[in-house]
Design a protein around this ligand. Structure first.
Ligand code: 4AD
Ligand code: MG
Length: 452
């Protein structure tokens, strides 16, 4: 009894003779007497091999089916263990569902990612994208399972918001008007697209204890890098009665769970990435899954950077500086050679809501840096002390009126709590070895890239 995957489900091939398949032509070649079509039905990487002979009444028509055409086929299933393909379908009936014009851009050859970025409506059919978008789906499931298995409540935080959660002024304004007046464009109020669901999800943590949000976020930063997008997805858990250590434990568990889940649930895709994108990828993430993440303070990191025997573009290493990606990558790639948590950053380079440490200079923050990607996660313990938070906001020149609700969470039964944000798209880059965030998003939005 042999088992194979067909049409997305496992079937025992002894029990089938005739099958119906629907899918798209990858290649079609004919000798005039016998022809072969590689058909992809969307459920699996590999193509089904169709064999058709001149007995078929539409033979001359079928010979002309071009790459990309959509077909429905009925044929005899033949197991071919000696052949290149594990099985073939000997075509009895074939119907052209949709022809494909000759200018179809996806011919059978390797296309550059740059070229494919210009045709986001067609590129899911190209192997690399077929693999990455399936992995995207599998990874989403991994995230939900990880949190749901532990009783976390999934909260849908708003996309349109009156708060700039990060206080970094990188918001897109929502407007209903042609003659934009940014202060009151949302029916008389100022509103923007969310940069983070954190503040809202904190409110829910004070009711459900352990919560997470997972949705799209928007940043109006004009960064043209391979790791920044204007629209990206973020996973943001928030845990009550928890501190920074608990937060880092949760991050580490989550990353390991996701790695394991993808290795188990997307084995073909992972093998594809190993073959075509990053030869180390499976070995690399397997090692990460099985080892403990390093933790070091920002201050320790600064010392290491000062002693580094490489030349940084920004060579003015001093305590208080914001680390550039070259510094982050040096730390995780050269010093640690694996994921590393950096903790206790200077308060001046971090957001207002992070809990002030006893030294009065640093905050209980953590960033998880990983080789190849840099910052994968940013998290912190939150400032739960009303007065300290108020003072911090004032020090940063923030107007507190629109955030009074957030501060009230500290007056109405506040407690120590922590959370983090995982960049979903960056996690996909990390798992697959893909080098550009534009190539892990279905329709990427970056400052210079808005196709459709
Ligand atoms: O470090 P960030 O800005 O943290 C927050 O937004 C917090 N409110 C999270 C929290 O504590 N709930 O962003 C978190 C992560 C980053 O580590 C990075 O992986 C990703 O989001 N990220 C981006 N991904 C793609 N494009 C961008 N422009 C990104 N900005 C941040
Ligand atoms: Mg960050």
């Amino acid at each position: 009894l042999y088992e194979i995957v067909l049409g997305g489900s496992h079937v025992e091939i002894d029990s089938i003779e005739y099958v119906q398949l629907q899918g798209w032509v990858r290649t079609n070649r004919s000798s005039g007497k016998i022809g072969f079509i590689e058909l992809n039905d969307g459920t699996y990487f590999r193509n089904a091999q169709l064999v058709y002979s001149s007995d078929l009444k539409d033979f001359n028509e079928v010979e002309k089916y071009t790459t990309g055409s959509a077909l429905t086929v009925m044929g005899k299933f033949v197991y071919t263990p000696q052949g290149k393909q594990p099985f073939e379908i000997q075509v009895k009936e074939i119907e052209l569902e949709g022809a494909c014009d000759h200018d179809y851009p996806l011919q059978k050859k390797r296309h550059s990612f740059e070229f494919l970025r210009e045709i986001p409506h067609l590129r899911p059919r190209a192997n690399s994208f077929y693999a990455i978008f399936r992995l995207r789906s599998v990874l989403s499931m991994a995230i939900h399972e990880f949190f749901q298995n532990q009783g976390f409540v999934y909260v849908h935080t708003p996309i349109i918001t009156g708060n700039d959660a990060e206080g970094a002024g990188e918001t897109f304004t929502v407007t209903t008007r042609e003659d934009a007046n940014y202060e009151e464009d949302f029916f008389g109020k100022h509103a923007s697209l969310t940069v983070s669901g954190q503040l809202h999800v904190e409110a829910f943590a004070m009711a459900f204890r352990d919560v997470y949000t997972f949705g799209p976020t928007f940043r109006a930063e004009n960064s043209n890098t391979t790791r920044h997008a204007s629209e990206f997805w973020m996973i943001e858990p928030e845990i009550a009665f928890a501190d920074l250590e608990d937060d880092m434990d949760l991050i580490e568990d989550m990353v390991k769970y996701c790695i394991n889940y993808c290795l188990e649930n997307a084995p073909e895709e992972m093998k594809f990435f190993e073959r075509m994108i990053d030869k180390e990828c499976i070995a690399r993430i397997t090692k990460v899954r099985d080892s403990e993440f390093k933790r070091m303070t920002y201050s320790e990191a600064i010392e290491l950077l000062k002693q580094a025997d490489v030349k940084f573009e920004n060579d003015q290493i001093e305590w208080g500086m914001d680390l550039q990606s070259e510094h982050e990558r040096y730390l995780c790639e050269k010093v640690v050679n694996g994921p590393v948590f950096l903790t206790d950053y200077p308060k001046d380079i971090k957001a207002f809501y992070m809990r002030l440490n006893d030294d009065g200079k640093t905050v209980a923050a953590c960033d998880l840096l990983v080789p190849g990607v840099g910052e994968l996660v940013g998290g912190s313990q939150r400032e739960e002390r009303y007065e300290v938070l108020a003072a911090r906001m004032q020090e940063m020149g923030m107007e507190s009126e629109s955030l009074q609700w957030y501060m009230d969470l500290r007056r109405y039964g506040g407690c120590k709590h922590a959370g983090f944000g995982l960049g979903f798209d960056r996690m996909l880059m990390y798992l697959s070895g893909m080098q550009n965030i534009r190539d892990v998003e279905p329709f990427a939005r970056t400052p210079k890239n808005l196709v459709f």
